[in-house]
Write a protein that binds this ligand. Structure first.
Ligand code: RUB
Length: 314
């Protein structure tokens, strides 16, 4: 069955693909909000046609960017709620209301999770700390901002995060809050790491073995932090845990355009130069001290337990 998607759904796909909407939590919420609108886009002839339409819309949105597991996890919550509603024998109108409410709940819980992560993580920030953060993570920033609101005094280094410079956004957000922030190049991280007590980063995906996929450069920062005996804290909602990794699948790393690394004109002049532009990398569990979730703080090796609890795996 071919499905006609609404203009707003196509726009959300485009916004995620082009990174107008970015960051794992935000893109999950944007996709779920878009699916909620899609629910009411058509007067479906039957429950089955509605279920098929939402399933296809979900698959379409999932293909917008490959790495952040929050995206399929958020979408699956909605698609599964359709199946659940069908099992509950809801009629079409009731089913649509049920799915719409599930979407609202997901978004609400996602926002609450980031707040909770901030409250839990802030307990690990102490007066006088120097913190380093990489990229632009709402969950990591929730930790830093909450600690600041609690009256703690600290300094932050924000790495610029080449090639898309999300670190500038981080530096701006922190400066706007009145937090002492210094923007540094990614390559300067080792030079300043000896001054850093704690690294706080977010995650796009967490494997069940506790490895963390986050913005390219995160694993380098974590390795340098280990060398310097600085703590590495990852702030991430539980919907960033990848269930597929339990079944042996690897998390796909998005490879982006070479023109984000060097301008097209320059690369055209030097056709022998190849460019690789991975958007994310994998930080092994042994480089991470703990992962702050809305359910509490876990050592990376404890993520498997959390996963089993959340997904009711024996
Ligand atoms: C963003 C990035 C962020 C995580 C976590 O990458 O790597 O650290 O997504 O963010 P991109 P949050 O800019 O390529 O989307 O905590 O906001 O979910």
């Amino acid at each position: 069955m071919s499905v006609e998607f609404s203009p707003q759904l196509k726009q959300t796909f485009e916004d995620i693909r082009s990174m107008k909407v970015r960051g794992a939590g935000r893109l999950a919420r944007a996709a779920v909000a878009s699916l909620k609108e899609e629910v009411f886009y058509v007067n479906d002839e039957s429950v089955d046609k509605f279920a098929m339409r939402i399933q296809k819309a979900g698959e379409y949105l999932k293909s917008s960017r490959p790495t952040a597991v929050s995206l399929p996890n958020g979408i699956n919550t909605i698609v599964k709620s359709v199946q659940k509603g069908i099992q509950m024998k809801l009629d079409l109108d009731q089913l649509k209301e049920f799915v719409s409410k599930t979407a609202d709940d997901f978004i609400q819980k996602s926002i609450e999770a980031q707040k909770k992560i901030g409250e839990i993580g802030a307990k690990r920030i102490t007066n006088g700390d120097t913190i380093l953060t990489h990229c632009n993570s709402q969950s990591a920033l929730s930790v830093i901002k909450t600690a600041f609101k609690e009256g703690k005094s600290f300094k932050v280094f924000a790495t610029e995060t080449r090639p898309r410079y999300q670190g500038r956004l981080t530096a701006k957000w922190l400066a706007d809050e009145g937090i002492d922030v210094t923007l540094i190049t990614d390559g300067a991280a080792r030079l300043y790491m000896r001054k850093v007590d704690k690294v706080v980063v977010g995650a796009d995906a967490i494997a069940v073995n506790g490895a963390v996929v986050n913005k390219i450069g995160t694993s380098t920062v974590a390795a340098i932090a280990k060398e310097s005996r600085s703590r590495v804290m990852v702030a991430a909602e539980t919907y960033k845990i990848s269930p597929q990794t339990y079944f042996g699948e690897l998390i796909e790393i998005e490879i982006r355009s070479p023109y984000e690394v060097a301008p097209k004109g320059w690369l055209d002049k030097h056709p022998k130069i190849k460019v690789l532009n991975p958007a994310f990398d994998v930080t092994p569990p042994e480089y991470i001290d703990f992962i702050i979730t809305e359910k509490g703080i876990y050592p990376p090796q404890g993520i498997i337990m959390l996963f089993k609890e959340l997904y009711e795996v024996q």
